[in-house]
Ligand binder design. Structure first.
Ligand code: ADP
Length: 190
């Protein structure tokens, strides 16, 4: 059975990877599908997010990364998938996810949504939390794979360099270049 794991993955976190890893044990193939959403302004381009996912799932031969736009069920049908895989963290996720699953079911009865409960240690974790921490100079090394953490630090360093007016929340001017930022982030308890 083929499963699609759709989402924004901006960026992919250890919480997403936990779902992917567990999904890969349950399904013959898991396609991690990055939604191309023109209504959102992401931190990373779709191609960057696909690369981040590919690099993080190299050890999983039955996992692939792709992108799509439009209706998820149409993409699932196109990829001959029978399952939409989603993760559940909290009650707030449940309400949104249930509505989405019911809606998708009205569009195609051939596709089932399967939910995996988050692992305890990732129940608080979202891409937004990661971006919020990094934006204010905190370490995200424990929340995303190392190469993704590096991408995030570089991304924010570039942002602050190109527009110093966005640095009002950054504690010190020494954060304005990548190297000091990396030094700060490499310290565990920042
Ligand atoms: P979306 O914009 O579709 O919510 P996300 O990238 O935020 O995309 O999430 C994709 C899926 O992964 C969603 O089903 C979400 O609930 C799930 N997810 C995100 N973070 C976690 C986590 N820490 N543990 C379990 N599931 C998660």
């Amino acid at each position: 059975m083929i499963a699609i794991y759709p989402g924004s993955f901006d960026p992919v976190t250890l919480g997403h990877l936990d779902i992917i890893q567990r999904g890969a044990k349950l399904f013959e193939r898991v396609i991690v599908a990055v939604l191309r959403n023109p209504n959102k302004t992401p931190l990373f381009t779709v191609q960057q997010r696909i690369e981040q996912i590919r690099q993080s799932t190299r050890h999983l031969p039955n996992v692939e990364a792709d992108s799509f736009d439009g209706l998820t069920v149409n993409y699932a049908q196109m990829r001959q998938a029978q399952v939409l895989l989603r993760g559940l963290r909290a009650i707030s996720d449940f309400e949104v996810e249930l509505q989405m699953a019911h809606t998708n079911n009205t569009l195609s009865t051939q596709i089932e949504t399967v939910f995996l409960a988050t692992s305890n240690e990732y129940s608080f974790l979202s891409s937004s939390v990661v971006k919020e921490i990094a934006k204010f100079g905190g370490s995200v090394n424990h929340l995303v794979p190392p190469h993704v953490a590096l991408d995030i630090y570089q991304c924010y360093a570039h942002k602050y360099q190109s527009n110093p007016n966005t640095t009002e929340n950054i504690p010190s001017p020494k954060n304005l270049s990548t190297e000091p930022l990396l030094e700060i982030h490499n310290q565990k308890d920042v």
